[in-house]
Design a protein around this ligand. Structure first.
Ligand code: EZ4
Ligand code: CO
Length: 409
C-alpha cells in the first residue's frame, strides 16, 4: 500500500479543529487529530507545508518508522506544534492499519483489557446551588465521576466555570476558547481561591456522600507550597485527583507537593513527550498521566509513556476536553480499552455541529465509554459539513493579578 494523498482540514463547527485525512492507493483513508487550541493554524501549516510532501509514496503500514522519521528528521524536536502534527499522522496511520485489518483499533493494541472506560464529566457553578444542579445533571446523564470547579468570591472569572445554562435548555459545558480578536483577560487571587475551595468540597461531600469520585483542576496557578496546602486541606474530602496544581515545566516542584499531601496528583495535559514525565514518573511524584493522544505525538508515543508509567503504578487519565476532536477522542478510547494501567477518561461531550461533521461509533452508557466495533478508529468526517464551517480565530483567556501582573491561567 502507498499513501497517495494527505489533506489538512481546518473546520470550526462548534470550535476549531485540525484534521488530517490520509488516502492510500487502495482507497483506504485514515483520520488524525492535530487540534491545538488557539494555535490551530500553526499545526495546519506544519502539516501542509512540511509534512504532507514527505508522506506521499510512503507505506502507511510502517507507523513506527514514520514516527521516528518525522521526529528525528525535523532536527527541531518536541514542542506542541510539532508533536500535534506528528500525532495527526500517527493516528491516521493507525486508523488505516486497523481498517486494512478489518478490526477496531484497540484489537491491534493488544485487545480489550476491560469492558468499559470510566469517564468523568465537568460540573461547575457560580455558587453552591448552581454547582449542585450541575452535578445532578451529570449524574442523570450517567456520569459516575465528576470534576468540580466553582467561582471564587472576589474573582470575576475563573477557569472551568460555565457562566450560565444555554438559552435553548441543552446541557452546557465550559468552552474556554472564545471567538474574539484578542485573548480575554480574567483575574486571579490565589489566597481567595485557597480559602474558598475546601468549603466547596465540604458542601459537595455532605450533599452527595462519600462514594462519588470527585476531581479538581488547579490549572497551573499555584506555587509548590500553595499546592501543598491545597492538597492537604482537601484530604478530608477524598479527591480522585488534584490536577495541574503547579505549572510543571519544573518537574522538581512536584516533589515538595508530594511530601506534604496524600491527595492524588494528575498532570500533563500540556506535556508533549515522555521527557516531560521522566522525573515525575520515575520518582512516583504523580498518580495520573494527563496527556492527550493529540498533543504527545499520537498513539505510538502515548502508549510508550503509559507503559513506562505502569512500571511505577502511575495510571492513565487521558485529556478529553472539547478541544480534542472526536478523532482524538476515539484514539484515546481505543488506547484506554487496551492498556492495563487505565485510570479514568475525561469526557466533556461535543456539540451538535461537531457531531454532524464527525460521525462517531463510540458509546456512552451508565458512565462508561466504549469505542465500538467499527474497523479503524470508528470516526468518519463529512467533508461538506466541515467546509460549511470555516476556521474562526479564537483564543484562550489569560489571567492578571489585581496589580496587573500576568499570571498563569
Ligand atoms: O483548559 O483543554 O482538564 N482540562 C483542561 C482543559 C484545558 C483546555 C485548554 O485548551 O484543563 O479544559
Ligand atoms: Co486540565
Amino acid at each position: 500500500m502507498q499513501i497517495v494523498a494527505a489533506d489538512v482540514i481546518v473546520s470550526s463547527p462548534d470550535r476549531n479543529f485540525v484534521t488530517l485525512q490520509i488516502t492510500t492507493d487502495e482507497g483506504i483513508t485514515g483520520l488524525g487529530d492535530g487540534t491545538l487550541n488557539g494555535r490551530e493554524l500553526a499545526v495546519a501549516s506544519y502539516l501542509k507545508d512540511h509534512v504532507v510532501p514527505l508522506l506521499i509514496g510512503r507505506d502507511p503500514h510502517r507507523i513506527e518508522d514514520a514516527w521516528q522519521f518525522l521526529y528525528r528528521s525535523a532536527y527541531w524536536r518536541r514542542g506542541p506544534v510539532t508533536m500535534a502534527a506528528i500525532a495527526a499522522v500517527d493516528v491516521a496511520l493507525w486508523d488505516i492499519k486497523a481498517k486494512a485489518a478489518g478490526m477496531p483499533l484497540y484489537q491491534l493494541l493488544g485487545g480489550a483489557s476491560r469492558t468499559g472506560i470510566m469517564a468523568y464529566g465537568h460540573a461547575s457553578g457560580r455558587d453552591t446551588e448552581e454547582l449542585f444542579d450541575s452535578i445532578r445533571k451529570h449524574l442523570a446523564l450517567g456520569y459516575r465521576s465528576i470534576r468540580v470547579q466553582t467561582a471564587v468570591p472576589g474573582i470575576n472569572a475563573v477557569y472551568g466555570v460555565a457562566a450560565q445554562p444555554s438559552a435553548d435548555g441543552t446541557r452546557y459545558d465550559y468552552e474556554p476558547a472564545q471567538r474574539t480578536p484578542l485573548p480575554a483577560e480574567e483575574d486571579w487571587d490565589t489566597r481567595a481561591y485557597l480559602r474558598h475551595i475546601p468549603s466547596v468540597f465540604e458542601a459537595v461531600r455532605s450533599e452527595f456522600g462519600p462514594e462519588l469520585p470527585l476531581l479538581h483542576d488547579g490549572h497551573h496557578r499555584m506555587t509548590p507550597i500553595q499546592a501543598a496546602r491545597l492538597g492537604k486541606s482537601l484530604e478530608p474530602y477524598d479527591l480522585f485527583w488534584l490536577e495541574d496544581c503547579t505549572p510543571a515545566e519544573n518537574q522538581d516542584a512536584l516533589r515538595l507537593v508530594r511530601h506534604h499531601t496524600t491527595t492524588p496528583l494528575a498532570i500533563g495535559e500540556i506535556f508533549n513527550t515522555v521527557w516531560d514525565y521522566q522525573t515525575l514518573i520515575q520518582e512516583q511524584l504523580i498518580d495520573y498521566v494527563r496527556s492527550a493522544v493529540t498533543h504527545t505525538g499520537g498513539i505510538t508515543a502515548l502508549k510508550k509513556i503509559l507503559d513506562f508509567a505502569a512500571q511505577y503504578q502511575v495510571k492513565s487519565g487521558i485529556h478529553g476536553p472539547t478541544d480534542i476532536s472526536p478523532v482524538g477522542m476515539a484514539a484515546a478510547l481505543h488506547l484506554d480499552l487496551a492498556i492495563h494501567n487505565f485510570g479514568i477518561q475525561e469526557y466533556m461531550q461535543h456539540g451538535a455541529l461537531t457531531n454532524e461533521v464527525f460521525q462517531q461509533s463510540f458509546s456512552f452508557e451508565d458512565g462508561y465509554l466504549h469505542p465500538g466495533e467499527q474497523p479503524g478508529l470508528g470516526v468518519e468526517i463529512d467533508l461538506e459539513a466541515a467546509a460549511a464551517h470555516p476556521y474562526q480565530a479564537a483564543y484562550l483567556p489569560f489571567n492578571r493579578l489585581k496589580d496587573g501582573t500576568v499570571h498563569d491561567w
